[in-house]
Design a protein around this ligand. Structure first.
Ligand SMILES: NC(=O)c1ccc[n+]([C@@H]2O[C@H](COP(=O)([O-])OP(=O)(O)OC[C@H]3O[C@@H](n4cnc5c(N)ncnc54)[C@H](O)[C@@H]3O)[C@@H](O)[C@H]2O)c1
Length: 331
């Protein structure tokens, strides 16, 4: 089986190695010529480890399209729409899109599946799957045990992707038909990870982190439900599983970005200090808009918005959260 990978960053290259391990063929497309050269010299551009020699890369979108009609989207969410706009007129046959990017478009509040439906002509769109769950590329590249979920409205396709990516050494994939729940959980957990990092930056401890994770899942559930997903999905790998791994780890760039914010760094400086994609901050922006548009309560996310985008001091944000009316936790 041939898979075209869009984005040769931390996750795209790592999944390239997975696919080679599983006996498939891959071609990675990236606009960064340095990353492409490194991949073609069998080096992972972010982790520096050796990549299997079968992992090849190109800067030509035409070569990517000619290679296969299975496209794995592994670029920052903000570039998915422009990349698809460029690809669509060049597509040759009905294509499957497998998305591993985790975000929601702040202006439109669209999920990646909706962006794909808008940008790819119906005659070229064979199906859409999201492959998501608790997965640091740093561990998968070392072939450490990881579980993910292949989620699609089309169960046959979800099963096909499950089979392609699963192996009996380190990667086990489950299926789900709750596409919305899976997409939303994977995106919103990054926002909560930023908040968890900010608490660490402020000098708070593990009690605070556990509180953020637990109350964070409540905010994720509210978003999943309002966007039309199943709340139960938020309690699986794509929700709480991904939240736990992201909100408590030094491997998470969302957590690390949050820690810098907790230490008082301004947004522009945070972006400048990180070479890689930080999806959580954009998701905080999106969720703040969703909370206003739909009147749903997302207290931690909205406070994070005020700190990051409106300049409220972190200490004041925390005090405001704690001074809200006291309430019951009964579900
Ligand atoms: N890193 C992880 O552990 C991990 C795990 C699961 C999901 N993800 C998600 O995968 C997505 C990508 O993350 P990453 O860690 O690989 O990010 P990254 O920053 O390491 O890599 C992104 C890559 O996309 C490339 N790119 C940017 N614009 C492009 C364009 N217009 N066309 C082609 N390529 C372009 C960049 O050059 C870069 O190589 C994010 O949404 C992230 O949330 C990451």
């Amino acid at each position: 089986m041939k898979i075209s990978i869009i984005g040769g960053g931390a996750w795209g290259c790592t999944l390239g190695q997975v696919l080679i391990d599983n006996g498939h063929e891959v071609l990675i497309y990236d606009v960064n010529t340095k990353a492409v050269d490194e991949i073609n010299q069998h080096h992972h551009p972010f982790f520096g480890n050796e990549l299997p020699k079968e992992v090849r890369a190109t800067t030509s979108i035409e070569a990517l399209i000619a290679f296969s009609n299975y496209f794995l989207l592994s670029v920052p969410t903000k570039v998915i729409r422009p990349v698809l706009k460029e690809m669509n007129p060049k597509l040759i046959e009905p294509s499957v899109f497998i998305n591993v990017s985790k975000g929601i478009e702040p202006e439109s509040l669209k999920r990646v599946s909706e962006i794909v439906e808008e940008e790819v002509s119906p005659e070229h769109l064979k199906g859409f799957v999201v492959l998501t769950g608790p997965s640091h590329a740093e561990e998968v590249i070392l072939r450490k045990l990881t579980l993910l979920v292949s989620s699609s409205k089309d169960m046959e396709l979800a099963k096909e992707i499950q089979t392609i990516f699963s192996n009996d050494k380190y990667l086990r994939i489950y299926t789900s038909q709750d596409l919305i729940g899976s997409e939303v959980g994977g995106a919103v957990k990054n926002a909560i990870a930023v908040i968890s990092g900010a608490c660490t930056g402020l000098g708070l401890g593990e009690n605070a982190r556990a509180a953020v994770i637990t109350r964070g899942i409540i905010e994720i559930v509210r978003v999943v439900e309002i966007m039309g997903g199943k709340k139960e999905t938020a309690f699986g790998l794509t929700g709480i599983g991904d939240l736990i791994v992201t909100a408590s780890s030094e491997n998470s760039r969302n957590f690390k970005a949050g820690r810098k914010i907790g230490l008082g760094m301004k947004l522009d400086d945070v972006y400048q200090s990180e070479a890689q994609t930080i999806e959580g901050i954009r998701t905080i922006e999106a969720m703040h808009k969703l909370s206003i548009d739909h009147g749903i309560e997302l207290p931690m996310i909205n406070m994070a918005y005020r700190i990051i985008f409106e300049g409220m001091p972190v200490e004041e944000g925390l005090e405001r959260l704690l001074s809200r009316d006291l309430k019951s936790e009964d579900f």
